[in-house]
Design a protein around this ligand. Structure first.
Ligand code: NAD
Length: 280
């Protein structure tokens, strides 16, 4: 288990779900944590509830209970100044920025021809521009400090293939992979690595408590839980409906570890073999 004692890990969208799982795992390994999450009111385009301030506070308490420090900041990845302020606070409070995880995102579903400007703009602003702004701020910090860092973005299998009814999400996630590879190339000489993790469905509110996702998996309004699991399982070669947040965390921890020092510009899938038959 890699020891991250004395390191600082910055995670967007860490109030719950995968971001929370990453935060707790790095805290377990001794890192101080900075979370930036918009909590309530991030978007009108989605059919599931966003976390509350109570969720963010609970995650902060759970991290601090592990004996490390945690800054839990309310802010929105659509605003560069919120991200830049979080990076500044990370460095001033904890002395460095070592690992950045651009994880915040939303999952909005609608047939492509019915996708209006508001939904498109929302998803692109959060899932693509928000990731760009986060990586840009982290890259500027590691360049200024001269300390090689680790930058990890979270895309999706929706960034590796088509996904009917998710045109904005798919476009954003393909874009995340492209921007990750570009930052990796530009930062290559600095020792900082930049990689992207592409999960299949993950057992978080975004998918397992989202009526639009249930309909996507089954083609039915109001399907049973069994129907949703069966529909979701068709995506993976292993026949699992979804992975757990901790499965994605394992990939993130590896990419942040010293063993991954020469891995950069890669898209690592955690997908139960979803595209095992892809020739590429
Ligand atoms: N759940 C899945 O099946 C799945 C699959 C592949 C990829 N992903 C991606 O994984 C990442 C994490 O999602 P999750 O599954 O943990 O879902 P989640 O909804 O549980 O967590 C997403 C977090 O992002 C935060 N967030 C949303 N908009 C924000 C904004 N504008 N600024 C700051 N924070 C914001 C939310 O408040 C929430 O805490 C997302 O990028 C998502 O697209 C999810």
């Amino acid at each position: 288990m890699t020891d991250f004692t004395g390191k600082t890990v910055f995670i967007t969208g860490g109030a719950r779900g995968q971001g929370r799982s990453h935060a707790l795992a790095f805290a377990d390994r001794g890192a101080n944590i900075v979370i930036l999450d918009s909590v309530e009111g991030a978007s009108d385009s989605i059919a599931y509830d966003l976390p509350t301030q109570d969720d963010l506070d609970a995650t902060q308490r759970d991290i601090e209970a592990k004996g490390v420090r945690c800054l839990a900041l309310t802010g929105d990845v659509r605003h560069s100044e919120h991200i830049e302020s979080a990076v500044k606070q990370a460095v001033s409070e904890f002395g460095s920025l070592d690992v950045t995880i651009a994880n915040a995102g939303i999952f909005a579903l609608r047939p492509a021809v019915e996708t209006d400007d508001a939904l498109w703009d929302d998803v692109i602003a959060i899932n693509l521009s928000g990731v760009f702004r986060t990586v840009r701020a982290a890259a500027a910090q590691v360049k200024d400090s001269g300390v090689a860092g680790r930058i990890i973005t979270i895309a999706s299998m929706a960034g590796r293939m088509e996904f009917p009814n998710a045109v904005a999400y798919v476009a954003a996630k393909w874009g995340v992979i492209g921007l990750t590879k570009t930052f990796a190339a530009e930062l290559g000489q600095t020792g900082t690595t930049v990689n992207v993790v592409c999960p299949t469905n993950v057992d978080t509110t975004m998918v397992t408590d989202n009526p639009d996702a249930a309909t996507l998996f089954t083609g039915k309004d109001d399907p049973s839980e069994e129907e949703v699991e069966k529909g979701a399982a068709q995506f993976t070669k292993q026949g699992i409906p979804w992975v757990e947040p901790e499965d994605v965390t394992a990939a993130v921890l590896f990419l942040a570890s010293p063993e991954a020092r020469y891995i950069t510009g890669e898209a690592l899938t955690v997908s139960g073999g979803q595209i095992a038959d892809n020739v590429a």
